[in-house]
Design a protein around this ligand. Structure first.
Ligand code: IMP
Ligand code: MG
Length: 181
């Protein structure tokens, strides 16, 4: 499997240091608020598990599964595949995401959550590809900004593989070129 990885971008240790740093900022900013961490399945699972334990506050957490169609269907079409069952009225929602690419998924989700009466909605993402953005999306906490490369590990997949890797790497082109044959 390691031969599928062109380059390790962030080691397990670098990721954990970054998570600690983000957790400390969030702890400061959310003191006295009703923090609700909302993870986006499935990619945000490792990041969610790590960051919630670096936030020294009472908090709630839950997950949503959202799918955005890319390529074949019209841009901006987003579906909620799994919703949360609790009310978010008056809560301070912090969306936890693995990576932001076009921004379409979270831009849609932010609108939905606003209409449900959340007190505030912010985003924490491990990675962001700013050069790929198609909609404006304010991101309050950003782990790392990266170039337009396809990355895997720490929750991120290619064809459902590589999610459980503890580091983040760039996928070797040969993996998807072989798949296209
Ligand atoms: P977008 O911001 O709506 O375009 O979609 C972001 C989602 O696309 C992320 O949550 C990932 O699930 C997926 N994604 C985008 N870029 C990558 C990548 O480089 N590797 C793995 N998944 C990615
Ligand atoms: Mg995702």
């Amino acid at each position: 499997m390691s031969c599928d990885i062109k380059e390790v971008l962030y080691s397990e240790e670098e990721i954990q240091n970054k998570v600690k740093e983000l957790g400390e900022k969030i702890t400061e900013d959310y003191e006295g608020k009703n923090l609700f961490l909302l993870g986006i399945l499935k990619g945000a699972v490792p990041f969610m598990a790590d960051i919630m334990r670096r936030i020294d506050l009472d908090l709630e957490y839950d997950f949503m599964d959202v799918s955005s169609y890319k390529g074949t269907r019209s841009l901006g079409e987003v579906r909620i595949l799994k919703d949360i069952s609790t009310s978010i009225v008056g809560k301070d929602i912090l969306i936890v995401e693995d990576i932001i690419d076009t921004g379409i998924t979270l831009s849609y989700l932010t609108k939905v959550l606003k209409s449900r009466g959340a007190n505030s909605i912010e985003i924490v993402t491990m990675l962001s590809k700013p050069s790929r953005r198609k909609v404006e999306l304010p991101v309050k906490y950003n782990g790392y900004e990266i170039e337009d490369n396809f990355v895997i590990g720490y929750g991120m997949d290619y064809d459902e593989k590589y999610r459980a890797l503890p580091f983040i790497g760039i996928l070797d082109e040969s993996v998807y070129l072989n798949d296209e044959e």
